[in-house]
Design a protein around this ligand. Structure first.
Ligand code: 9MR
Length: 565
């Protein structure tokens, strides 16, 4: 019996999955921690499921709603892991998923007072031997200058810093906050100053914005300085010359670090995020706000002058490629953010003239690092602008239509997860499911219809164990939670003196394309939702990454806000 191993939230549907080939309903019982039966009923036969390869039944125990811990669900001589009925864990998850970003900071010591002694470590990549970066980094293809690109977050289990992925993760943290300013009844205080364990926790600014700013400052440093060839454009990425081994503690990385060429995608990505940043810091720090806006405007102008500087998808030595052949979406996103911040007619014309205007990118798929139009739509759907009311309504409607399709698909599944259409689970499927669940959350914000809220919590059930592997993909959450994520410091499996993944870090999850040697050797023939193993070398299924944790943090923040209690 597969359940959310952590907790079901009171007042929300409580669903579990029983693996059974029986063609008749099966009796189930729910016991409390003392072993007393507190609810019972009959399952519903669901039959064969394509994504898991399992034959299943649905167990719906929603009518039982008494908070407590140690509940166990049993049916057909099979039992679940114990779980709670409580709003508390998701409220904790909000902060644990956000804490991931402090752990991933580069250019600053990670201090025990914020993360505990197990996870404390020296600052990485500040030019202190054996580190060679990131305070004066040359270009891989000579450019005549070095840049100080210290700071930001490590992308994932590696030590690369990639603008397009850093940008969307930053946007998502900032949007989690900005949403609370514009949705009736949303609560910004939970993200305010003093809510997170970070060095800036009493500086007067919301902590989630402080955390995001750590990356924004890095993104701004990636811009080509005035007076140089390609001034205003943004380097696509900075990373080691060659892949480093596991484990490698950040401060011990001795590889040379290099700037990759500029790209239109990175330039527009920085423009979008810096414009969003400028709005949010306008009164908190006017100087920083103005600096961010100037960088955004310079970048946007440079991208318009250089619309075809495409980052190669095969540029994957020493760091990820993040290649992206189409930048229509980045143009739309950047114009949307600049328009929402400035109200200027020039940006407005680029927004309304885009082929993606009014939510058309959601008609293709949700958003991810290579498809960013939905981020622009989300901003235009939330932040008041001078756009026609009917156009804003159309944008919101496109998000709701997307949510409906994702929800319909999920509801038909044995282990509901609003993945993209189709039966392929791609690299980072958990991040995609979380992003799509965030569209469900927005649909709830826009319509107030309960089914979207139910769908959001169902996605959290899937992440926390209601899946065919009985696996929680969130470290520290659930009896069988991931530990051995692909990471160069949380590398306990490779070196027992190093820690496992900290609570709230989120594994990339099932990937049916089996793109690493461990997955290829161990998972051949797997059904899509079963293409996963909690192994440190299985980087195509079990890495962590800032864009996936940002998706989870946005989701957990919304779910915490709606959990009551
Ligand atoms: O998330 C990225 C995924 O969409 C790509 O298919 C994959 C292969 O190019 O790369 C993923 O991103 C990785 C990046 O390239 C390097 N740092 C770790 C990222 C997460 O695995």
């Amino acid at each position: 019996v597969k359940v959310n191993q952590v907790a079901y939230v009171p007042g929300v549907a409580k669903l579990a999955t029983l693996v059974s080939t029986s063609t008749a309903p099966v009796a189930w019982t729910l016991r409390n921690a003392g072993g007393a039966v507190v609810a019972s009923g009959q399952s519903t036969v669901k039959g064969a499921d394509a994504l898991s390869g399992d034959s299943t039944h649905l167990i719906d125990f929603s009518t039982f709603d008494t908070p407590g811990s140690g509940y166990v669900l049993s049916a057909a001589s099979s039992s679940s892991y114990p779980f709670d009925i409580s709003a508390d864990p998701v409220k904790k998850l909000r902060y644990d998923s956000l804490a991931f970003f402090y752990h991933q900071r580069t250019g600053i010591a990670i201090e025990a007072q914020y993360v505990g002694s197990t996870y404390a470590r020296a600052a990485g990549h500040l030019g202190v031997a054996p580190n060679q970066g990131d305070t004066s980094v040359p270009c891989r293809q000579s450019c005549g200058y070095n840049l100080d690109v210290r700071g930001g977050w490590y992308d994932a289990g590696d030590h690369g810093k990639y603008v397009v992925n850093g940008g969307i993760a930053t946007w998502q943290l900032q949007n989690a906050y900005e949403r609370t300013l514009h949705v009736a009844g949303a609560d910004s205080t939970a993200l305010a100053d003093g809510t997170m364990a970070i060095p800036e926790r009493s500086n007067g600014a919301p902590d989630i914005l402080d955390e995001a700013r750590w990356e924004v400052e890095f993104l701004l440093r990636m811009q080509v300085p005035a007076g140089r060839t390609d001034a205003g454009m943004v380097h696509h990425k900075i990373h080691d010359e060659n892949w480093t081994g596991i484990p490698t503690i950040p401060a011990q990385d001795s590889q040379r670090r290099l700037l990759s060429p500029v790209s239109t995608a990175a330039t527009l990505n920085m423009a979008a995020v810096a414009a969003q940043t400028s709005r949010l810091w306008k009164t908190l720090d006017p100087t920083f706000s103005a600096k961010a806006l100037a960088a955004a405007q310079t970048a946007y102008a440079a991208a318009k002058a250089n619309p075809n500087r495409i980052a190669s998808a095969s540029d994957g030595t020493g760091g990820g490629a993040y290649g992206d052949t189409s930048v229509t979406d980045e143009f739309y996103w950047a114009a949307s953010e600049l328009y929402a911040t400035t109200g200027s007619d020039t940006y407005r014309a680029d927004v309304t003239g885009s082929s993606l205007y009014k939510g058309r990118s959601f008609a293709q798929r949700g958003y991810d690092w290579g498809w960013t139009g939905g981020l622009g739509d989300t901003t235009l759907a939330l932040v008041p602008t001078g756009l026609p009311t009917a156009d804003v309504a159309a944008t919101r409607a496109a998000i709701v239509t997307f949510a409906d399709a994702a929800l319909t698909r999920a509801t038909s599944q044995a282990y509901p997860a609003p993945n993209n259409a189709g039966t392929v689970y791609y690299w980072g499927s958990n991040g995609q499911v979380a992003n799509n669940a965030n569209a469900l959350a927005l649909a709830y914000d826009f319509t107030g219809q309960a089914r979207y809220r139910t769908g959001v919590y169902a996605a959290l059930d899937y992440f926390q164990g209601r899946n065919p592997l009985n696996q929680s993909y969130i470290a520290g959450y659930g009896e069988k939670a991931v530990q051995n994520v692909h990471h160069r410091f949380w590398a306990h499996q490779a070196n027992p003196s190093l820690p496992i993944a900290p609570p709230g870090s989120f594994s990339g999850g099932p990937n049916s394309e089996l793109q690493d040697p461990i997955a290829a050797a161990q998972l051949a023939g797997c059904a899509p939702q079963k293409c996963f193993v909690d192994h440190i070398e299985a980087y195509s299924v079990n890495e962590v990454a800032i864009n996936w944790n940002s998706a989870l943090a946005w989701l957990a923040s919304w779910a915490a806000e709606h959990a009551g209690g």
